[in-house]
Design a protein around this ligand. Structure first.
Ligand code: CP3
Length: 350
């Protein structure tokens, strides 16, 4: 029997050893890759790709064939949850998603999980990727946090300040909380199913948590719902690791992490790393930080990128660190810049 090589990402997140710095990138599969665009150009839509396990598994594996990465993240989208709740969602090129809007509490009350076909393909995709990926590559599943999903569902799009969402929760907070509760139920189920289908790590994206924080609602709208999800996931599964990414909440990262039993906190590019290591301490868990190269610096590449990567490695040298960006890979990124990024990190380890 051959020995199963362990994953450096699992080693780091479980505080085992630090032989190799694990690297993966949010949106590591996507439009910056020519092999992705080749599939995308033939397909009807982004959504039809997410819903086709054969294609979605192939797209998940594409960045692993090109790069020496330590994790695969399943190719899907956070907006399959509103689809599963019966809402229409369209992804418009260069505009972003358009979601059938939820206007008031009455409409929230009517929401129910009725379209399994929007969630089930991701489980099959995970099963295929698990069989095909290199053993030492960790498999990551994900979901949007309830607040970020509710923000899209009450706004209808990713309009900058989410004014309709804010006016919904100011006018009818009980309706908004009910929406968050329904999203907790379905998101927890979706994450548990992903773990049962092979995901070893899950990441919860709270991309718009800043809107809640600015309205003094971080605790009620972001922390509490994610706490319920983590509780359920831990109750129903064994040996799974949870990364949370409450993007752009600044100093509120302290309160967020202190109240959640997460395994790793993902930092956006605006977070000062030394401040983070000093101050952001997850409840009862070993400290592990993920991040946080600015995706725009990856686009530029060159000396500036090299300098910044070295700084990041130095700032996190004494803690468990998963190298990642502060947000997703931008579509104008040159694929060679990622080859360079990985080389810089691997050379530092020698
Ligand atoms: O990281 C990965 O490689 C896995 C795939 C992944 C996608 N979306 C594929 C995608 C993940 C993890 C997501 C999460 C997601 N989706 C988030 C959270 C992370 C973040 O970016 O803040 C959000 C907010 C969404 C919603 C969403 N989906 C938006 C706003 C957009 C449009 C923006 C864009 O870049 O076009 C999408 C579409 C989307 N999701 C694409 C991809 C590869 C682009 C679709 C295309 O090919 O046209």
């Amino acid at each position: 029997m051959y020995e199963k090589r362990s994953s450096s990402l699992i080693d780091t997140i479980s505080n085992k050893n630090k032989k190799r710095i694990p690297i993966w990138l949010m949106r590591q599969a996507g439009r910056y890759l020519p092999e992705y665009r080749k599939i995308r150009d033939k397909e009807e839509s982004f959504l039809s790709m997410c819903l086709n396990p054969k294609l979605a598994s192939e797209i998940t594996l594409q960045p692993l064939r090109r790069y020496d990465l330590d994790a695969a993240i399943v190719f899907s989208d956070i907006l399959t949850i509103p689809l599963a709740l019966g809402k229409k969602v369209e992804f418009k090129e260069n505009i972003g998603p358009e979601i059938e809007i939820v206007r008031n509490k009455k409409e929230v009350e009517k929401l129910e999980f009725k379209r399994r076909e929007f969630l089930e393909p991701v489980y099959e995709t995970l099963e295929i990727v698990k069989r095909k990926k290199p053993k030492e590559c960790a498999l990551i599943g994900f979901a949007g946090a309830p607040f970020t999903l509710a923000a899209y569902m009450t706004q209808g799009s990713s309009e900058r300040n989410f004014a309709k969402c804010v006016s919904f929760f100011n006018k009818e907070e009980s309706g908004f909380l009910l929406l968050l509760d329904k999203l907790v139920d379905l998101t927890a189920l979706h994450l548990i199913n992903q773990i049962k289908s092979g995901a070893e790590v899950i990441q919860i994206f709270d991309s718009h948590a800043k809107i809640a924080a600015e309205n003094n609602k971080l605790r009620d709208f972001c922390i509490n719902p994610v706490e319920k999800i983590i509780e359920r996931v831990r109750k129903e599964t064994k040996n799974s690791y949870i990364i949370c990414f409450p993007r752009n909440i600044g100093k509120n990262y302290i309160e967020y992490a202190a109240n959640l039993e997460l395994n790793c906190i993902s930092l956006d590019q605006n977070v000062d790393r030394r401040w983070a290591v000093e101050n952001i301490k997850p409840k009862n868990q070993i400290r592990c930080y993920q991040g946080n190269l600015d995706p725009k610096i990856l686009v530029k590449g060159g000396k500036r990128m090299q300098k910044e990567i070295k700084r990041i490695l130095k700032d996190f040298a004494d803690v468990n660190h998963i190298f990642n960006l502060g947000h997703g890979v931008l579509k104008e990124t040159a694929p060679e810049n990622i080859t360079e990024l990985i080389k810089i990190i691997r050379d530092q380890e020698k």
